[in-house]
Structure formats: structure tokens, C-alpha cells
Design a protein around this ligand. Structure first.
Ligand code: ADP
Ligand code: MG
Length: 264
């Protein structure tokens, strides 16, 4: 796409989150511009998944806030006060955000095509557009399956597909609502090594398409290729972030250096 992306600006400001008495996000701030690609890396337990989940309303924040194109996530300002959005409005906001999980999370009783076509028929449109008709959703789903290289597997059930194919269906499904933002939480961690690249290639293509991507991964070569910004998290904080060529070859912080020396 040659036009400059105009939607999908994510601003995370001083976000805090605790579970029980333990603070797992300790004031995280991150900006991803429209069409930007941020790759989050860091040790297990550092809060990467929790951060993604706060963007997608799967976790409420305890402090700070997140906006998408200037709109508060999960809240609205009425009078001078912040009010939590109602369930219906949260569902609407979530249609702007696609998420791809480590374990695919496809519906086992639906075909690939049905998995992709289901969401647009069921979801409310945030901008007041009609829900798509079944025929439209199906046509769009076929286009998306074609985009991830699986048009010929449209009628297969998840159990008949390899892990890499299932994950590509999950990506097509995440695209079905034309999201502003796509979140990936370790999309290749559950795959056999020989299936990793077919999924990374699909994400590589998306990275140039103008959709904002936030990707948690341990695939450092991939991060180097696609990221505009690599974000290193440790113990609930962003320790360091920068362009891949900077952060990989010249990390400033000792913790970043130690982490990269183990994983690269
Ligand atoms: P990462 O994705 O970087 O491995 P997570 O965000 O999954 O890290 O977890 C960060 C910390 O929060 C971990 O210590 C984890 O055990 C804890 N945690 C995550 N989700 C929950 C939860 N729902 N309840 C309690 N603790 C949680
Ligand atoms: Mg995680």
C-alpha cells in the first residue's frame, strides 16, 4: 500500500496492573503510530501477554490508560468523570482489534471458512454499518483465506489442518472485521519448527499492509526484519526500546544485553 496509514494509533500511558498483591505491569508507556509494527520481546513472566490483553479489553488496568485513535479503551468521559464502558460498547471497541493467540483458538466444529466468516455476521459494526450478510461474509472469508494461502482448504475442519495452517486461518479470522490493530501473542510458539515460517511469512506480508501490528515473539530474526520498534520488557516494565538495528547490535541496558546474549 502506498498511502500513509491514518488509523490504528495506539497510546499506552503509565499502565499498571496487579494480580493479587503482585504488580505485573509497573507503569508501561508505549506509542505505536498508525501502520507501525512493534515487536515485544522479553523473558517469560515479564508481562508481555498481560499488556496485550489490556489493549484488547481482556484485562482491566488498575492505573494509567490506553487510547486507540484518541479513544479511551474501556472507558468514556462523561461530565468530568471516567466511566467504564458498558459491555455492548466494549464489544464494539473490540471489533477494531484482532488478536491471534499461541494456540489458534479456532472453533473445532466449524470449517476454516466458517471460522473466518462467523465474526462479521455476529459482530456489531462500530461505525453503524450493517452486520455483513452471510453471503458477503463468506465471500470476504474466501478472499482472506486466499490471502493466507488456504483457499483450497476452506472446507477443512481445524483437526484436518496442520498447526501452521490453523494459525493462518486464525490470522484470516482476525482480519475479518478489518481491524485497525492486530495483536499477536507468540503466534508461532506452539508450532513444530518446520511450520513456523509459513506463519511468519503471512505476518511479514501484513507488516507492509498498513495495519498496526503489536507482536510478542521469541523469533529474533523475524523481529529484526519486520519491526519498526523492538520493545524489551522485563519484570513488568519496558527496559528499552528502539529500532531493531540499534537495539540488537547496541543495547544500552545490561538487562537487555543479557537477554539477547541468551536468545540470539
Ligand atoms: P509473559 O507473557 O511475559 O510471559 P504474563 O503477562 O503472562 O507474562 O504474566 C506476567 C505475570 O503475571 C506472571 O507472573 C504471571 O504469573 C502473572 N499473571 C498473568 N495472568 C495472571 C492471572 N490471570 N492471575 C494471576 N496472575 C497472573
Ligand atoms: Mg505470554
Amino acid at each position: 500500500m502506498n498511502t500513509t496509514p491514518t488509523r490504528g494509533q495506539v497510546e499506552i500511558t503509565a499502565v499498571r496492573k496487579s494480580f493479587g498483591g503482585t504488580e505485573v505491569l509497573k507503569g508501561v508507556s508505549l506509542t505505536v503510530p498508525p501502520g507501525g509494527v512493534a515487536v515485544i520481546v522479553g523473558p517469560s513472566g515479564s508481562g508481555k501477554s498481560t499488556l496485550l490483553r489490556t489493549i484488547n479489553h481482556l484485562e482491566k488496568v488498575d492505573g494509567g490508560y490506553i487510547t486507540i485513535d484518541g479513544q479511551l479503551v474501556g472507558y468514556e468521559v462523561r461530565g468530568n468523570k471516567l466511566h467504564e464502558l458498558r459491555e455492548k460498547d466494549i464489544l464494539k471497541q473490540r471489533t477494531d482489534i484482532g488478536m491471534v493467540f499461541q494456540n489458534f483458538n479456532l472453533f473445532p466444529h466449524l470449517t476454516a471458512l466458517e471460522n473466518v466468516a462467523e465474526a462479521p455476521v455476529v459482530a456489531l459494526r462500530p461505525d453503524g454499518r450493517q452486520r455483513r450478510s452471510k453471503a458477503e461474509a463468506r465471500e470476504r472469508a474466501l478472499e482472506l483465506l486466499d490471502r493466507v494461502g488456504l483457499k483450497d482448504r476452506a472446507h477443512a475442519y481445524p483437526r484436518q489442518l496442520s498447526g501452521g495452517q490453523q494459525q493462518r486461518v486464525a490470522i484470516a479470522r482476525a482480519l475479518a472485521l478489518d481491524p485497525k490493530i492486530l495483536l499477536f501473542d507468540e503466534p508461532t510458539s506452539a508450532l513444530d519448527p518446520e511450520l513456523v515460517n509459513e506463519v511468519l511469512d503471512v505476518i511479514r506480508e501484513l507488516a507492509t499492509s498498513g495495519t498496526t501490528l503489536i507482536i510478542v515473539t521469541h523469533e529474533m530474526g523475524f523481529a529484526r526484519d519486520v519491526a519498526d520498534t523492538v520493545v524489551f520488557m522485563d519484570q513488568g516494565q519496558i527496559v528499552e526500546q528502539g529500532r531493531p538495528e540499534e537495539i540488537f547490535s547496541n543495547p544500552r541496558e545490561p538487562r537487555t544485553r543479557t537477554f539477547f546474549s541468551k536468545v540470539i
